[in-house]
Design a protein around this ligand. Structure first.
Ligand code: AMP
Length: 399
């Protein structure tokens, strides 16, 4: 079975053609500069082949057409005809509180995604463009939307409500939604398998640590709390996002520097986080680590802050769950950053978290990294959001 997984951004579109049963990726790639000029980079992982082409992409439709053309291309194609694509799965950022799980795309689903645009103003319009482009280029092909927010919809009101007047919740739907839900779901599901116990007996914290970072507290296989909020700006300090700050900081900056709310939010989203703490050196954790090793104190502070805030969230979520059986690290930093993992867990021995330094050397592979006598089992589990999207799509389209 072949599922085409699409992640459409405002000027880019990522794709993977994959088998949902085995996770085998026959082709993947990226369309960039949509609406500007257009460039397609296509890879065939099994052959180690990569090809780039400049192709005019005034809209997402031309980008999707370029993807479909190369999938059946004589030289670089991996299928003979588009009939071999069984269905298309789309990553959609914001499902609001309407979507607790993935859904087949129809007019009602598209309208609901449209209704969520005020909550996801940058991503939802781009996701819709990707969906509509596929409808145009592949009419009748079954399509599924998989929402970044859906996994978090099991949170209780005490976790998702903000302590602000009720009308903002009831009329404006302002609440904690959380993001990276597809990753948190994939990884927590895998953790339950690895722990070999029923979900009802497991309290899990998932640390998705990448350029964007979030934690989730999971009990009985369901999300109980998560660190991102109405938007992905909340929670941990990230590559370029500030994470949680006192709202008065924003008010002060807007007043003193005469910034609009949008300008201030842009600064908090794009010029903050570890990038800001490293005095602009880098948002990439590898750069920060090598600079810190050479004595750059700002980079060391950025890393210390990131690990400290992550550790605080782990403590808070262990308290919220009333205990902890399993701690999981995933995404770029979580899967590869052994020093960060060790620093995050340093000081958590009191609650039964003991990392084995040898086991913790692992990079990008599934592994148990806690000691045999650690009460809490600590795992590295590589995330695979595309596979989760492909599996949901296959399931909803009746395989
Ligand atoms: P993601 O957003 O999940 O792709 O993660 C990207 C982040 O992972 C970047 O900041 C990378 O620097 C970081 N990363 C990748 N490899 C390593 C590594 N070996 N050690 C530390 N961070 C890493």
């Amino acid at each position: 079975m072949n599922i085409l997984v699409i992640n459409a951004g405002s000027s880019s579109l990522k794709y993977q053609l994959m088998d949902p049963d085995t996770g085998w990726v026959s082709a993947k790639g990226l369309c960039e500069r949509i609406g500007i000029d257009g460039r397609l980079t296509h890879r065939i992982p099994a052959k180690g082949e990569k090809v780039s082409r400049d192709i005019p992409m005034p809209t997402h439709s031309e980008a999707i057409s370029a993807v479909l053309d190369i999938l059946v291309d004589e030289r670089y194609g991996v299928i003979k005809s588009l009939d071999e694509v069984d269905a298309v799965g789309h990553r959609v950022l914001h499902g609001g509180d309407k979507f607790v799980e993935s859904c087949i795309i129809n007019e009602a689903c598209k309208q609901a995604i449209r209704d969520c645009i005020p909550l996801g103003p940058l991503h939802n319009p781009a996701n819709l463009k990707g969906i509509e482009a596929c409808e145009k280029v592949m009419p009748g092909k079954p399509q599924v939307a998989v929402f970044d927010t859906a996994f978090h919809m099991t949170m209780p009101p005490k976790a998702y409500r903000y302590a602000i007047p009720t009308k903002y919740y009831e009329e404006d739907h302002l609440r904690r939604y959380g993001f990276h839900g597809t990753s948190h779901r994939f990884v927590s599901k895998r953790a339950i398998e690895l722990m070999g116990k029923p979900a009802s007996e497991l309290k899990i914290i998932v640390c998705h640590l990448g350029n964007g970072s979030s934690l989730s507290a999971v009990a009985d296989g369901k999300c109980q709390d998560t660190s991102m909020g109405l938007s992905p700006l909340a929670g941990l300090p990230m590559g370029t996002r500030s994470g949680d700050i006192d709202t008065c900081v924003a008010q002060f900056i807007m007043n003193k520097y005469n910034l609009s709310a949008d300008q201030c939010l842009n600064m908090l989203n794009k010029q903050s986080g570890v990038l800001a703490l490293s005095n602009g050196l880098s948002s990439d954790f590898r750069d920060l680590e090598s600079a810190a090793k050479e004595g750059n104190e700002a980079c060391q502070l950025a890393l210390d802050k990131f690990c400290y805030e992550t550790r605080k969230y782990i403590g808070a979520y262990a308290a919220a769950l009333g205990g902890l059986d399993c701690l999981v690290f995933t995404a770029g930093v979580g899967e590869n950053g052994s020093t960060n993992r060790a620093n995050i867990c340093k000081g958590l021995e009191f609650m039964g978290v003991k990392i084995d330094p040898e086991r913790n050397k692992v990079r990008g592979e599934e592994a148990l990294i806690s000691t045999d006598d650690s009460k809490v089992k600590v795992w590295v589990i590589p995330t695979n959001e595309e596979l989760m999207i492909a599996q949901d799509t296959a399931e909803l389209c009746g395989k």
